[in-house]
Design a protein around this ligand. Sequence first.
Ligand SMILES: [Zn+2]
Length: 489
Amino acid sequence: MLKPLTRTAACLLAAATVLGLAACAAMNTEDAATVLRRADTAMGGATVKTLRYAGTGTGTTFGQAWQPGQAWPRITYSSYSRVLDYDNAAFREDAARSRAEVNGGGGVPLMGSGEQRTSVWLRGNLAWNMAGTTASPAQLAADGRIHDLWTSPHGAIKAAIRNQGTVAIRNAARGETGIAFTEPGRFSATVWINAGNLVERIDSRLPHPVMGDIDVMTTYSDYKDFGGVKFPTRIRQSQGGFPVLDLQVSEVQANVPAGIDVPANVVGATERVTAEPAAPGVWFMAGGSHNSVAIEMRDHLMVVESPLYDGRALPMLEQARKLAPGKEIRYVINSHHHFDHSGGLRTAASQGITLVTSEVARPYFEATLANPNRISPDAFEKSGRTAVITGVEGKRVFSDGGRNVEVYYIEGSVHSQGFMMVYLPAEKLLIEADAYTPGPPNSPAPAVANANQVNLAENIARLKLDVDRILPLHGRMTSMRELNTMIGK
Ligand SMILES: [Zn+2]
């Protein structure tokens, strides 16, 4: 009943003019295929096999808010380009970005410390990142890149045709038709086609390791003709309720050679989880971009950090159990709420493991872990469980009568609020994420000390922790001595 009523209401609005009535009648009889074909013709889509666009603008580091629930930290793009290869379902994005605000994470150099170049790729179901000529698998990013390829202006038309999109809603007064389609297991979308037969907005939803299903809104405006291909010169996007992109497009080229080939080391790549003893009953689990630490207690195991997504967290948790056969993992400690570090919390919750996070982040995770996750159900959704989350307020000690595991806030960090580190007093081990990621061994100290590293050392001093070795959650095992060298102490 809802659809006819909506249409009637829209047509009543359109009845204000004779022309509007005629348009209304035509719209109401058109099926989605007709609307999509007309848009494809208007936008010059039939001839577009590949498309490159470039420009400048602003963006944000999605999932890297300083405080849980805040907007994503702002960045500036001095250059930004994408190559879309529709025939090969391939995608490439190259950008130069710098921070536009002090606080928050995201791997962007600290404020005033210059630009960072990124190069991210997709072909078919495989995603990877390039640094120079080195490719690193980035399978976690595949869903987002597939989404971005098939919600581009021409891509959305092609995807809606391929997936037999249907008319979801018409607004005759505005001359708009919303066509809904689903890219199975990847995302669902409603493409809004305006009176000029151009894609003007896409409302979409895709699975996310922290947020369950996440809403995205993309608007395309200020279309121009680029050699017979119509393309927007302004692209705005929000994700998870906050802006992620506002791009001014200055260049568009259709049918340039894309040259997006999957590097050999990306084909068949699997998550590798290594386990190196750091002390009796303490293992440093590395092998990928994010580390975890397993700690054996008298009758259970604790794991510090369950990062990224099921694809990493499942083999990591399995590896942890092998280290202490017969002992169940009772707790996973989460260093902070940034999505890369918290993407495996749902995985842990799917196994009935209690999640330990800051009181700053606990309400946020209680909300996000209750979100639906229907498009591509993950381990947590399939488990049917409810997450058990316990908070830390400044300091908390876990003890089994033998070993003490102390959890502390890293106060005053520009990286994150509710930022936590873990200290093992008997072993003089410190576990921390993002505050200090060691560079190559024997690197010289930088001319200006890194503010996050200085802040970490200040917190260690404030709490009078006697740290010998540091187990960072990125990179190799290191030492307090090396941290001191890096900050000129
Ligand atoms: Zn972070």
